[in-house]
Design a protein around this ligand. Structure first.
Ligand SMILES: NC(=O)c1ccc[n+]([C@@H]2O[C@H](COP(=O)([O-])OP(=O)(O)OC[C@H]3O[C@@H](n4cnc5c(N)ncnc54)[C@H](OP(=O)(O)O)[C@@H]3O)[C@@H](O)[C@H]2O)c1
Length: 327
């Protein structure tokens, strides 16, 4: 495999997972990071770090970007940054293809969005939503939607549509909507729920679709490997089918894995908790499975919660040791 991949935001939970998956698949992988302290983590994983203190400094990585036939934005939607990253990819594509004349050199740009773009998926019944269902951001948090929540997801949906619309002879584009991600060092949900008091706020029966970080990374690789004509201008939901525990099942299992003895406190959702957290987000990943042959392999977050808690806790303690050594 001689193709090169450029992962923007490779120090992130998804970014590192995606970069590792591409490396496992034999690609040469460059990881754009803004903090030098992550360089060694990338190098340990055979990923070449490119450090740019601010990603607005596009010239500092333009030459490396031009070497890559796959560009993955794992920072996700950022009102200030996303457009300029896309613009630099468009310019890179033009350079690589001599403005579309050599379109076989066109890079593929994969943007990381998320399934919360759909809004409250229970508003269309209990069936998981696929990519043909138009997001209904206005439904987020049905009774107590704040305009800020709705607008954040609407902006992200608009940006997804923009990315797909700019596909051209010199840059092909795909959007990934990952489910909630678990496994390995753990993401923001693990950080939040393992650390918080044992409280269930708002609905206890809401459900989200989950995906293991390794399976998610394999999904990005499957997109990169597929014929461009299949994945160009396409959206893919990437979460395991039927891994949708309720909030209460998840919190109870997490607390048990931690050995917590206190009883769960139930309360109304705090006003400052984004209302999009208080919704169902259940997706159907059949498109990626059928079109790309993507096969999530992990059996479920709750089913193997014990090992996921230990992995998260080990990562936290490694981080603490490293920061105390540098103090
Ligand atoms: N984790 C999930 O369960 C999940 C599920 C679906 C969708 N998503 C979406 O996927 C995206 C990534 O999520 P994640 O969990 O991987 O987040 P994360 O661990 O916080 O990683 C975010 C990455 O983006 C970089 N970054 C953030 N803001 C930046 C900025 N202004 N300039 C340059 N780099 C910046 C971070 O760099 P530093 O390390 O230097 O901060 C980091 O590399 C987000 O948009 C999120 O909404 C996440």
């Amino acid at each position: 495999m001689s193709s090169s991949v450029f992962v923007i935001g490779a120090s992130g939970y998804i970014g590192l997972g995606v970069a590792q998956a591409f490396r496992r698949a034999g690609y040469r992988v460059y990881g754009l990071i803004r903090n030098e302290k992550y360089s060694n983590i990338l190098l340990e994983n055979e990923i070449e770090p490119i450090v740019a203190q601010t990603f607005d400094d596009l010239q500092s990585f333009a030459d490396t970007l031009a070497l890559c036939s796959i560009i993955v934005d794992t920072v996700g939607y950022n009102a200030k940054l996303s457009s300029s990253l896309l613009e630099v990819a468009i310019q890179t594509g033009k350079t690589r293809t001599e403005d579309g004349k050599l379109s076989h050199y066109a890079p593929l740009y994969i943007f990381t969005s998320g399934i919360m773009t759909y809004g409250d998926t229970s508003s269309t019944g209990r069936r998981p939503v696929d990519e043909m269902v138009k997001p209904r951001a206005a439904n987020q948090g049905a009774n107590n939607s704040s305009s800020a929540n709705v607008s954040a997801m609407k902006d992200r949906e608009d940006f997804e549509n923009h990315i797909l619309a700019v596909s051209s002879a010199s840059l092909k584009t795909t959007v990934v909507r990952p489910g909630f991600v678990y496994g390995g060092q753990g993401g923001f949900v693990a950080n939040l729920f393992y650390s918080e008091p044992l409280v269930i706020q708002g609905r206890r029966d809401m459900r989200w679709s989950w995906v293991h970080v390794d399976d998610l990374g394999e999904g990005y690789v499957a997109i990169a490997r597929a014929p461009r004509v299949v994945v160009d201008k396409q959206l893919y939901n990437l979460a395991a089918p039927n891994d949708n525990p309720t909030y209460e099942e998840l919190r109870t299992a997490m607390a048990k894995a931690q050995g917590r003895k206190e009883t769960i406190e139930y309360k109304e959702a705090d006003k400052d908790v984004p209302t999009r957290w208080n919704t169902d987000s259940i997706i159907n990943p059949a498109k990626a499975i059928n079109e790309l042959g993507w096969h999530p392999r992990h059996v479920g977050f709750v089913e193997e919660i014990g090992i996921y808690y230990k992995a998260w806790a080990a990562h936290q303690s490694t981080q603490e040791i490293k920061s105390s050594e540098h103090a």
